[in-house]
Write a protein that binds this ligand. Structure first.
Ligand SMILES: C[S@@+](CC[C@H](N)C(=O)[O-])C[C@H]1O[C@@H](n2cnc3c(N)ncnc32)[C@H](O)[C@@H]1O
Length: 262
């Protein structure tokens, strides 16, 4: 097992704590709402491929809507947790977990002709972004929906200044694409929607839409307040109202791009 895979495996407890926190819940809720803008509500169930799908945070929500989701990940503990979640939600018929590297998919998946492919929060861990996106798009059928999400580099300086109150770190963050994840204790490379959009276009994607996730949450430093259900509900409304609204999407903590394959 590679060092990186091991880090994803051993950080499960921290990762699940992050997912259950208000900022984790917002990440999944807003991403799902953005996907639903592009999926017909009353059509037949879709075949969805969730690449680097981890422990199934997106997959379980989509399967609960009746879709068939295949989760691919290279970390065995993530896949075991995804299976546990599918069992707990009574969704084992609709969720399949596959142990594989995104850039070396088994042929039945690589030629799978999926209706939807997700590639959420993988790009910050890879060296070859165009190659990874090309591999991710291969299993998508023409006209299918692609969704890619990653940490937004524009948020790094704001996060350092507002949350850490460290103007020097904010200044330094303006001129680097390197960062670190505390959850997985790994180096990250940060990107922007403006950089990834043209890459998608060169890979035969059209109708690229840009959404921001957590345009406000991360800049409210009183994290304890976010656990108050009434406060959380109002914050979620605000995030939903601004996910596609300039300028907020440009400085949100994460960017999500959706696109159609030509
Ligand atoms: C931050 S987690 C995101 C999980 C999920 N997409 C989400 O947003 O909840 C990153 C995941 O990518 C997986 N991963 C990283 N590089 C990968 C690769 N080359 N092939 C397959 N999985 C990979 C890790 O094991 C981990 O589960």
């Amino acid at each position: 097992m590679s060092e990186a895979t091991e880090k994803f495996d051993t950080a499960m407890a921290k990762w699940q704590e992050w997912q259950d926190a208000p900022w984790g819940r917002l990440r999944y809720a807003i991403a799902e709402a953005n996907l639903l803008r592009h999926l017909s509500g009353d059509g037949p169930p879709l075949r969805i491929l969730d690449l680097a799908g981890g422990d199934g945070g997106d997959a379980v929500r989509l399967a609960a809507r009746g879709h068939r989701v295949t989760v691919v990940d290279h970390a065995p503990a993530m896949l075991a947790a995804a299976t546990e979640r599918a069992v707990a939600a009574g969704l084992t018929e609709l969720i399949t977990c596959v142990h594989a590297d995104v850039t070396a998919l088994p042929p039945d998946l690589a030629e799978g002709e999926f209706d939807v492919v997700l590639c959420h929060n993988l790009l910050q861990y890879v060296d070859d972004v165009p190659g990874t996106l090309a591999a991710a798009l291969a299993p998508l059928q023409r006209g299918g929906l692609f969704s890619v999400m990653a940490i937004n580099r524009h948020s790094a300086a704001l996060t350092a200044a507002v949350r850490e109150m460290d103007p020097a770190a904010a200044l330094a963050a303006l001129d680097t694409d390197l960062a670190r994840t505390q959850t997985f204790d790994m180096a990250l490379r940060l990107h922007t929607a403006e950089e990834i959009t043209p890459v998608l276009r060169t890979l035969d994607c059209e109708d690229v839409r840009h959404y921001g996730i957590r345009g406000f949450c991360d800049y409210i430093t009183d994290d304890a307040r976010k656990y108050d259900p009434a406060f959380y509900a109002r914050l979620e409304q605000l995030e939903l109202a601004t996910t596609a609204r300039p300028p907020y999407m440009h400085t949100a903590r994460l960017f999500q791009l959706t696109a159609r394959k030509k």
